[in-house]
Design a protein around this ligand. Structure first.
Ligand SMILES: Cc1ncc(COP(=O)(O)O)c(C=O)c1O
Length: 421
């Protein structure tokens, strides 16, 4: 099946859901056992079935199967937010004393998780300021457990060179984890370029309507965890689960099985089935929305690039962009709808003059949303930290929605005028 068909109908078993054509919400915490023997077999993972919704839920399973198919993976785990997806994806293979290598130009929430919370847990994350693959290689040691990158960075809007990062990771016997939130599998499938694990904040484009927090981890099933002795958590008995050896019991789906049976069991950050339902509604139109998101963003970028009072525009998919070649390779269908630009005027006046753009911190919504990082989310950073994060005082980050492009352009033009009075 092609992408659009999977997005709208993939893995729906109408008989199993009482012929309801819209995905049912299984609002239940627990499931009855047929007998004690049935319960024992479920707990021993000898038969498939549900025990308790922290671990599995039929609504969540539907969204997991569909996202896994869209990304081309062997399995997925739906969780409560993008942050939980990133937390679990890394804790599934790293523990105290281990290291992770990543870019310094990643989402601020992830940066904090890595720089503060992981540090408190004894996991040392090394941040690379440049785009140079050699700098990544120099940061790798025998304690490194993965390379982590965003396919399109937020708010930097940088495109990751996934193929070369994957080659580097594999050369050193570790997986590449890609946050594919901004690109979505419709525009880019990281597994096609060698990535091993994908994480999503489904809060953004996948659900798409700004109404459901959620996250997802997808396993490509291609990384061989047994190749070296770095991943004992997967290749030796897990005493917390009857001594199970994930790579033996679950073969190529070992990573995603462990994230569920071990981490979601212990940490508890599962997706609510109601949010799985809202996310499924969004997924069914992902391809249609992404085409329009990309088209509107590109038209606005072309307009801003010629505007006399715009200092710069950041968007990978236009000639003159630093990442144009990478965008041509990795994002031929479009570069999503996250754009950055610098206004030659008063930033606060600009933001407050916008009527159609909503001033909020979200992206991937059907509505156009703008944030002013230097005045809000990145206000506490030093000048040096702001430069490292790619944030200047005039930098505006916008997520372009599905409104009529003429109205979007008019709103921005009007606010620029007011910002200069
Ligand atoms: C690229 C990226 N990854 C992860 C997250 C975190 O997702 P959530 O807000 O669903 O926890 C965000 C949030 O903005 C994001 O932009």
């Amino acid at each position: 099946m092609k992408f659009e068909t999977i997005a709208t109908q993939g893995y729906t078993d109408l008989k199993k859901q009482n012929h309801a054509i819209s995905m049912p919400i299984y609002a239940t915490t627990a499931y009855s056992f047929d007998s004690v023997e049935h319960a024992v077999n479920l707990f021993d993972l000898k038969v498939e079935g549900d025990i308790y919704s922290r671990l599995t839920n039929p609504s969540n399973e539907m969204i997991e199967k569909r996202i896994a198919a869209l990304e081309g993976g062997v399995g997925a785990l739906a969780v409560s937010s993008g942050q939980s997806a990133i937390l679990i994806a890394i804790l599934n293979i790293a523990q105290c004393g281990d290291e992770v290598v990543t870019s310094s130009k990643i989402y601020g929430g992830t940066y904090n998780l890595f720089a503060k919370t992981f540090q408190q847990m004894g996991i040392n994350v090394k941040f690379i300021d440049s785009d140079n693959i050699e700098d990544y290689e120099n940061a790798i040691t025998n304690k490194t457990k993965c390379i982590y990158a965003e396919s399109i960075g937020n708010p930097s809007i940088k495109v990751a060179d996934i193929e070369n990062l994957a080659k580097l990771a594999h050369k050193h016997g570790v997986p590449l984890i890609i946050d594919n939130t901004v690109a979505t599998p419709y525009l880019l499938r990281p597994f096609d370029f060698g990535a091993d694990i994908v994480v999503h904040s489904t809060t953004k484009y996948l659900s798409g309507h700004g109404n459901a927090m959620g996250g997802c981890i997808v396993d490509s099933g291609k990384f061989d965890w047994r190749k070296n002795d770095k991943f004992k958590m997967l290749t030796t008995p897990d005493e917390s689960y009857h001594g199970i050896i994930y790579t033996e019991a679950f073969k190529e789906a070992a990573y995603i099985a462990k994230s569920r049976t071990h981490l979601i069991r212990d940490l508890g950050c599962c997706m609510s089935p109601f949010n799985a339902y809202l996310t499924m509604l969004g997924l069914e139109t992902l391809h249609v929305r992404m085409d329009r998101h990309c088209e509107n963003a590109k038209k606005l970028v072309e307009h801003l690039a010629k505007h006399p009072h715009i200092n710069f525009v950041t968007y990978p998919n236009y000639e003159g962009s630093k990442d144009y070649e990478l965008a041509k390779k990795y994002l031929p269908k479009g570069a999503s709808s996250l754009i950055g630009f610098g206004v030659d005027g008063d930033g606060i006046k600009f933001i407050e003059a916008l009527k159609l753009f909503i001033h909020a911190t979200n992206l991937g919504d059907v509505r156009s949303i703008i944030t002013y990082p230097a005045g809000t989310t990145h206000r506490q950073l030093s000048d040096e930290q702001k430069i490292k994060a790619g944030i200047t005082d005039d930098y505006m980050r916008a997520s372009i929605g599905l409104e009529n492009i003429d109205d979007i352009i008019e709103d921005i033009d009007n606010a620029i005028k007011i910002s200069r009075k």
